[in-house]
Design a protein. Structure first.
Length: 367
């Protein structure tokens, strides 16, 4: 079994000319963790992966693998293996030779190479494909070969550069599970780059959300999802996207309400929100789809507010309901058996603690 090593980035800066691609990035990744660098195109995540791999030399900062400073080490001396988006298989070589290629460069004996190749092929269920060439393989099989080529090296760190983006939805989901199981079985530290938040949530033990070259939030999937530090993270992570409602926070005793044009949404108590007093200025309240309950008709409930069904999106086990309450748009998740129709007036109740952000800065103000 491979043993993972801790990984540490210290104040990494990287410039492309005048473009500040990565800005003062520091991360501590425990040995055996599965870290995802998450963000949109151009946020600096691929550059960060290149710095970790040694494909990019940082302008400032240091990279540590365990207690070893590897900032200036070449890629082949870092104890890492990368799986690329396009697989990068040698088309003229068989699967066996693709798996063995890197081992032969290490000048391992023929028996050692053969043993490692067959062990990796068995682990990835591609032993029956060893005599084929890449053109004779499906996309999923090519992906497994790319994984096998990394696995045979016994790396301390696996690096994945958007490895599932060329696969269809069903195969992508299956490969996510297989890679996660592989990670758990071999004990290596893994770093994945993706813009797909669902991919990040299902695979990772840690997520680093990035924007414009900067680290915005770093934590477990539960922390990122359950307590986003600002509206950027709140709207980027979660499916469907968190509903963000802007208005004025008003209080009646200890009860708080979000007041907007044509709506008054109960938020619970100030204590539950972690606020000691009314917040000055406009706020943004974030509500997850599972944090809303939709009742047919108008309920006589002080904790409910009226809304109109704008759109229904059945997704099998759930239905996403797009709602309008005054000038606010919300999305709720309901059972597919709930009798709803577009244009229908309903009653909506919010449960759980909402997320409250400062409208001017986007930063979280609730606990």
């Amino acid at each position: 079994m491979t043993t993972g090593s801790s990984l540490r980035l210290e104040h990494i800066d990287h410039f492309y000319g005048k473009v500040h691609a990565v800005a003062d990035l520091s991360l501590d990744v425990p040995a055996g963790a599965f870290l995802t660098l998450l963000g949109p195109s151009g946020c600096g995540k691929s550059t960060t992966l290149g710095v970790i791999a040694g494909l990019e030399r940082p302008t400032n900062g240091r990279v540590w693998l365990g207690d070893r400073d590897i900032t200036r080490d070449p890629p082949n001396e870092r104890g890492m293996a990368m799986v690329f988006q396009n697989y990068a298989l040698y088309p003229h070589q068989t699967v066996y030779d693709n798996l063995a290629f890197g081992l032969k460069l290490l000048r391992l004996g023929r028996k050692a190479v053969d043993a490692r190749v067959r062990q990796a092929a068995d682990a990835l269920d591609i032993a029956h494909l060893l005599a084929r060439k890449p053109a004779e393989l499906s996309g999923g099989q090519q992906q497994r070969v790319a994984l096998g080529r990394a696995l045979v090296k016994g790396p301390a760190v696996f690096l994945f550069d958007e490895p599932f983006s060329n696969l269809d939805a069903a195969l992508r989901a299956r490969m996510r599970s297989e890679v996660k199981q592989l990670h758990m079985s071999i004990g290596a530290t893994s770093v994945l780059v993706t813009h797909d938040q669902e991919e990040a949530m299902t695979m990772s033990s840690l997520i680093a959300v990035m924007r414009d070259g900067r680290l915005i939030q770093y934590g477990t999937p539960g922390e990122i999802y359950g307590r986003p530090v600002n509206t950027y993270v709140a709207s980027f992570v979660g499916k469907p996207t968190m509903s963000l409602l802007e208005g004025k926070l008003e209080t009646a005793g200890d009860d708080a309400f979000l007041v907007g044009e044509g709506s008054r949404v109960p938020l619970g108590t100030l204590r539950a929100l972690g606020l000691t007093a009314e917040v000055d200025g406009p706020v943004v309240v974030g509500v997850r789809a599972e944090g809303l309950t939709v009742d047919v008709g108008q309920a006589d409930d002080p904790g409910a507010f009226p809304a109109t069904v704008r759109l229904l999106e059945p997704v099998g086990s759930d239905t996403y309901v797009q709602l309008t309450a005054g000038t606010h748009d919300l999305v709720a998740r309901v059972a597919p058996t709930l009798p709803l129709a577009v244009g229908q007036e309903v009653s909506v109740r919010r449960h759980g603690d909402p997320h409250v952000f400062d409208a001017a800065t986007g930063e979280r103000v609730s606990r």
